[in-house]
Write a protein that binds this ligand. Structure first.
Ligand SMILES: Nc1nc2c(c(=O)[nH]1)N[C@H]1C(S)=C(S)[C@@H](COP(=O)(O)O)O[C@H]1N2
Ligand SMILES: [Mo]
Length: 327
């Protein structure tokens, strides 16, 4: 049986030296500093090189494990309880508690993802094909919401480029558009006018092809809960959270910049790029600091937001661009 098939069946992968050295050593160094803090427990598990979730999930969903990735940050993951109960998923309501409360009837299976537009080999994929397309990795990423809070989530999936490259984009493909599902009978807010549904987002092709941009199928060693964008969502960790569309059914290569939901509602507040940038304020609030959930209490000093959310390796994508203009 292939290791991916084993992983899908919930069986742990062998530990044998697959863990990238940087991760292993980083974790060891971290462990020393964390001794006796209780944080050593989560770090220690990955140190063993086991394909287990960084934190116990407790979601009770089907297991979906990935190999620890060197792209992970060492920040302490947000407890599963918070990552799965404080959400933005407007199709289910605008209150943070609405998605967890209202997404119970959502059908994340069967699912079809269509990849189309400016490419030589458009194709469709079902859930099994999506989960076995490339080796699954566990990547602990920061997620910074434009509203000023942040979390740290161990996603399971692979680079979005794995999907995109198989479609063989043509020379005309300059952008990628993502479209979220519209499930009228299970998503109560599709009847509202908060967004011009379906939810759409977009990236420039080179951003979408960057190894950090991720196709996400699970979190905390389990399949994604509905409220976090089951069965497939995008994670673009250097951009504000709204760039990462949930429950994606269509990926389309385009020649011109795609229209995006938030940009359509308020173009002066939500630009196409939306890179995390502490020097460009939202017109109604500062973006210089953030509150890490749940540990930064209401009265705790806020922590400084980092350029590109700390993912400096993407800076080259924007060489020569004025990121105040292209916010
Ligand atoms: N389809 C869809 N995708 C979406 C949203 C949404 O409302 N609908 N909200 C976005 C916003 S604003 C954020 S911060 C993240 C939140 O992801 P999380 O709930 O998994 O933390 O999802 C993004 N993707
Ligand atoms: Mo957000």
């Amino acid at each position: 049986m292939s290791s991916i098939k084993r992983a899908l069946r919930g069986e742990d992968l062998p530990a044998s030296g697959i863990t990238p050295r940087e991760v292993y050593e980083g974790r060891r160094t971290l462990l020393r500093g964390l001794a006796g803090t209780g944080l050593a427990a989560w770090a220690g598990r990955s140190m063993l090189g086991e394909a287990v979730a960084a934190t116990p999930a407790g979601g009770g969903l089907a297991k979906l494990v990935g190999q620890p990735s060197p792209l992970s940050v060492l920040d302490k993951p947000t407890p599963y309880k918070d990552a799965s109960s404080y959400n933005n998923f407007y199709e289910f309501g605008t209150d943070k508690a609405d998605p967890a409360r209202n997404a119970g009837k959502f059908r994340a299976s069967p699912w079809t993802l269509s990849i189309e537009g400016e490419c030589r080999k458009p194709f469709k994929l079902d859930l099994d094909a999506l989960r076995t397309l490339a080796p699954l990795e566990e990547r602990i990423y920061r997620l910074r919401c434009v509203e000023g809070w942040s979390m740290v989530i161990p996603w399971v999936g692979y680079s979005l480029s794995e999907l995109l490259k198989r479609a063989e984009p043509t020379g005309n493909a300059k952008y990628v558009e993502f479209t979220s599902v519209e499930q009228r009978d299970t998503q109560p807010y599709l009847g509202s006018r908060v967004i011009d549904w379906p939810y759409t987002e977009g990236l420039r092709l080179d951003e979408a092809m960057h190894p950090l941009a991720m196709a996400v199928l699970g979190m905390y060693g389990e399949v994604l809960p509905n409220q976090n964008g089951a069965p497939l969502r995008i994670a673009v960790p250097w951009k504000y959270g709204f760039k990462s569309a949930k429950s994606v059914v269509r990926i389309r290569f385009t020649e011109t910049e795609p229209k995006t939901s938030w940009n359509r509602i308020a173009p002066n507040e939500y630009g196409f790029y939306s890179n995390v940038n502490p020097t460009v304020d939202h017109p109604r609030w500062s973006q210089a600091t953030e509150r890490r959930l749940p540990e930064d209490g209401f009265f705790a000093p806020k922590r400084k937001t980092l350029m590109f959310n700390g993912y400096d390796q993407v800076a080259g994508l924007y060489a020569g661009m004025d990121l105040r203009k292209f916010y």
